[in-house]
Design a protein around this ligand. Structure first.
Ligand code: HEC
Ligand code: HEC
Length: 302
C-alpha cells in the first residue's frame, strides 16, 4: 500500500473507532499564524536578586535538562531541543506563548491543567521520563523562568507566535520514499544517517529523532501533523520555512514511522488497545498501524 493510501485508511480507521461520537484531537493546539510582535525580556534585564537567581536556575534546567535532572529525564533530550532559542522563539512553542494561557483544559488528560501539570506532560512523554513534583524546586524554577519570559504579556489571550502553527496536510497525503529523500538531503548532516543525532563525550550535541533516546510514542511530536508543523517552522536549523509543506509532511512521516520508547500509558500491554484508546483520534499518526507489514509502536528497549 502506498503511503497516501495508508493515510486515507488511517483517517477512516481513526474516525471509525470512536463509535458514533468523533472525539476531537486529544491535545493539539489550534494557534494562529499571525506575525508575532511580542518580545520577551533580554537576559541582561534580569535583576541580581533572589528572583533573578530563580530565573537563571529555570533557564539552566530548560536548556540542560538531561544533565541536570537525570532522575526526571529518560531519553537524550533537553526542553530547548523542541522549544528553540531557550524557549524564546516564536512558532517554536515559546514559553511566553504558553505561560499566560494556563490553567487550561486539555483533552489529553481530560482535566484542567495548571502550568506545572502541562510541563509534567512534556516530562512524561517528550522527555520519556518521570515528572518532578509540582511543588519541587525544579518545577518552581522552570515556572519562574516561563513567568519571567512572559513579562508584560496579557493573560488568557492567545498571543501571536504561540505553539507550532498548523501546516495543512497536502492533497496527496505523504510519502515515505520522498521523506527519506528529504531526510538525506536536508537533515542527515546533523541528525545522522540513522536519526540518532550526534554525541560528543557522551552528551548529545545534535538530538536524536528516533530510537531509545528520542521522544516516546505518547509525545505530541509523534503526530505527523505536529512534527510537520515543527519542522516547517524550525528545520533545517538556521533555514526555517525553506521546506515546502509537502517536504515537511514527507520527512515528518519518515521520522515518525521509526520506533521510539513505548507510550507510558500502554493499556494491558497491548499496542492495539493503546491505539484505540489514545491514538485513534490523535491527529495523523502511525502508532498501532502496519507499515510494510511491520507493526509500528512496539517501542524500543530502554
Ligand atoms: C520532543 C519535543 C519536545 C520536548 C523535548 C519538550 N517539548 Fe514541550 N511541547 C512539545 C510539543 C509538540 C508541544 C505541544 C504543542 C502543540 O500542542 O501545538 C509542547 C508543549 C509544551 C508546553 C505548552 C505550550 C503551549 O503553548 O501551551 C509547555 C509549557 C512545554 N511544552 C514545556 C516543555 C518543557 C518544560 C520541556 C522540558 C521538560 C519540554 N516542553 C520538552 C514538544 C516538546
Ligand atoms: C544544522 C544542523 C541541523 C539540520 C540540518 C537539521 N536539524 Fe533538526 N535540530 C538540530 C538541532 C541542534 C536541534 C535542537 C535545537 C536546540 O537544541 O536548540 C534540532 C531539533 C530537531 C527536532 C526536535 C528535537 C528532536 O530531536 O526530536 C526535530 C524533530 C528535527 N530537528 C528535525 C529535523 C529535520 C526533519 C531536518 C531536516 C529537514 C532537520 N532537523 C535538520 C539541528 C539540525
Amino acid at each position: 500500500m502506498k503511503a497516501t493510501q495508508l493515510a486515507f485508511v488511517l483517517l477512516m480507521i481513526g474516525s471509525g473507532t470512536a463509535g458514533a461520537v468523533a472525539m476531537p484531537d486529544q491535545s493539539q493546539l489550534q494557534v494562529s499564524k499571525a506575525t508575532p510582535t511580542f518580545t520577551p525580556p533580554a537576559e541582561s534585564a534580569l535583576p541580581d536578586n533572589a528572583f533573578g537567581q530563580q530565573v537563571r536556575e529555570g533557564h539552566a534546567l530548560f536548556v540542560d535538562t538531561r544533565r541536570l535532572m537525570p532522575e526526571a529525564v529518560g531519553n537524550g533530550m533537553n526542553c530547548s531541543n523542541c522549544h528553540l532559542d531557550q524557549g524564546r522563539l516564536a512558532f517554536s512553542a515559546p514559553l511566553w506563548g504558553a505561560y499566560p494561557m494556563y490553567p487550561a483544559y486539555r483533552k489529553k488528560n481530560d482535566k484542567v491543567n495548571t502550568f506545572a501539570e502541562r510541563i509534567q506532560g512534556c516530562f512524561e512523554f517528550s522527555m520519556n521520563g518521570t515528572p518532578p513534583a509540582a511543588d519541587s524546586p525544579q518545577m518552581k524554577a522552570l515556572s519562574v523562568y516561563a513567568y519571567w519570559l512572559s513579562t508584560q504579556a496579557p493573560t488568557g489571550v492567545e498571543i501571536a507566535g504561540r505553539g507550532y502553527p498548523e501546516v495543512a496536510q497536502p492533497q496527496g497525503g505523504y510519502d515515505f520514499a520522498r521523506g527519506l529523500q528529504v531526510y538525506r538531503e536536508h537533515c542527515a548532516l546533523c541528525h545522522g544517517d540513522d536519526g540518532q543525532g550526534q554525541q560528543v563525550a557522551g552528551e548529545y550535541v545534535m538530538p536524536p529523532l528516533w530510537g531509545k533516546d528520542s521522544y516516546n510514542w505518547g509525545a505530541g511530536m509523534h503526530r505527523i501533523n505536529t512534527a510537520a508543523s515543527f519542522i516547517k517552522h524550525n528545520m533545517p536549523l538556521g533555514k526555517p520555512g525553506s521546506l515546502s509543506d509537502q517536504q515537511a509532511w514527507d520527512v515528518a512521516a519518515w521520522i515518525n514511522r521509526h520506533e521510539r520508547p513505548q507510550d507510558p500509558r500502554l493499556v494491558d500491554g497491548s499496542v492495539e488497545k493503546t491505539r484505540l484508546k489514545f491514538h485513534a483520534n490523535d491527529g495523523v499518526n502511525l502508532y498501532g498501524q502496519h507499515v510494510d507489514g511491520v507493526l509500528v509502536g512496539q517501542g524500543t528497549a530502554p
